[in-house]
Ligand binder design. Sequence first.
Ligand SMILES: Nc1ncnc2c1ncn2[C@@H]1O[C@H](COP(=O)(O)OP(=O)(O)O)[C@@H](O)[C@H]1O
Ligand SMILES: [Mg+2]
Length: 328
Amino acid sequence: MQTVISTKELKSYYVLDVFGREKVVKAVDDINIDVYENEIYGIAGESGCGKSTLLKAIFGIIDPPLRLIAGKVLYFHNEQVYDLYSLNSDSRRSLRWKFISYVPQGSMNVLNPVVKIKETFKDFLDSHLKGKTKNEYYEMAKEHLTNLGLPPKILEAYPHQLSGGMRQRVTIALATLLNPKIIIADEPTTALDVVTQRGVIQLLRDIQSTLMNTIVLVTHDMGVQATMSTRIAVMYAGKIIEEAPTTKLFQDPKHPYTRYLIHSLPKFGDKSKRSSAPGSPPSLAALPPGCAFHPRCPYALEKCKSEIPALRSYEPDHKTACWLMEER
Ligand SMILES: Nc1ncnc2c1ncn2[C@@H]1O[C@H](COP(=O)(O)OP(=O)(O)O)[C@@H](O)[C@H]1O
Ligand SMILES: [Mg+2]
């Protein structure tokens, strides 16, 4: 399996000044992941666990109050390894545009409302390619949309004339215009109704299979994770607590938190009340000692209250950060 992105003991915290006192939000806390070529790597977990911050750190946009505290992000591109944060901002930017593309959370609402979609596409192409005529850029945009199965006439529309689902598809089309090796998408289906979600999911799937690229998909929706992702990493309080191929994760979840996430999914025909984890996630500025999940965990051991479990492979391809695994 060819790795395309790797994070090494990555820590990225928000360092805030609250009335003269420093408050540290440990949003990405010691994360090691390897994303492979041609896979859809899912990142799951409740709201506020650090998913979006992890994507920002992977993409290389760490601006105050977010800080890179420790660790590395490595890009594997054209037989070379690039240590993202050792590059200056110009080299980082030029490496990025062919390698990786980012669809931020809520991006469907950030298309420029006063210009037609085609102007946005043209400006994007012009800023990266330069030297072509307007018409050549429009032709490229048209061809790309056609390849993705989207109607080229949407280029003539203003963003407000499109539905939310179509706007989301347009932002994804824009992000894939230069055929990046990796697309990172943050909650691309979250604001959409179920029917519209399906169209966006299908588009991402088609992109992955036709362009043969890698997708890093952040969504808290385990149903979407189940249908889309090849492998899934579950985040809790800034850490990955379990990672496995999708089928394994759903068939044999090891971490009690993962089990809650999966069991909170509604099942067809089942009218019993779904159980979600008791209590609520901790503040990332005041984490409990030991395993951050222990106050909500029905199986917590003494050890869980004081020592942080490491993410380890207890079975091939299946990593878990839980002291219960150690006891088995
Ligand atoms: N700009 C910011 N300043 C301070 N704290 C932030 C900022 N953005 C996010 N956070 C905090 O960082 C934590 C992780 O947030 P985020 O990465 O957005 O999580 P998720 O995407 O999983 O919902 C949360 O506690 C959130 O409140
Ligand atoms: Mg988010």
